[in-house]
Design a protein around this ligand. Sequence first.
Ligand SMILES: C[S@@+](CC[C@H](N)C(=O)[O-])C[C@H]1O[C@@H](n2cnc3c(N)ncnc32)[C@H](O)[C@@H]1O
Length: 200
Amino acid sequence: MAKPRRTRDRQDYYYWKAKEKGYRSRAAFKLIQINKKFNLIKSGYKVLDLGASPGGWSQVATELGAEVVAIDINPMPPMDGVTIIRGDITKEETIKAVRDLKIEFDAVISDASPKLTGKWTIDHLLSIDLAKASFEFAKLFLRRGGNFLVKVFQGEEIESFYREVAPKFRFKKFHSPQASRKRSSEVYFIGKGFRKDDQR
Ligand SMILES: C[S@@+](CC[C@H](N)C(=O)[O-])C[C@H]1O[C@@H](n2cnc3c(N)ncnc32)[C@H](O)[C@@H]1O
């Protein structure tokens, strides 16, 4: 797990809590909090975790009793109950690798983040690209009624992203869990009840 750089961050409650509980990332607590509120992952679910490394979300999903397929452009250390695919979610070959598994997923979750440039607008647009790529996976591999969770950095394209994605779900909402840093621009789109084959 990456060590916080600034003193203020080193005091970060969730960083130390993740270390104490054996989670690979502080992000694990975001999924724990989101799932408590929205119940996206249940025991027996098949979950596709995009931008999964180092694996905090996959850990949480397996603890909830899910079987996980995890994808990341970077390596991810092995984990029981998790099939790991190293690949870029914006590439067709990664879609093919998932298609070859022949799994219909109950939930697609994505915490994928671009390499930050520090320029708000560029980071926002790169994050929208990853969120849209994640939505492609949801459209292809989510079962009817399935759930979708995806991170987006706030900015001017977020409304058009919402307009594109929201109609495909019965329940839709943006949410920011308590474990997200206060100064972070990230929010999570939550979609429940996937309308498969619905032309909207
Ligand atoms: C915030 S981290 C995810 C943390 C993870 N949820 C956890 O709990 O451990 C974001 C991840 O997105 C991955 N990522 C960024 N761009 C990607 C892409 N195009 N394809 C796949 N993964 C990508 C990064 O490599 C990074 O591991």
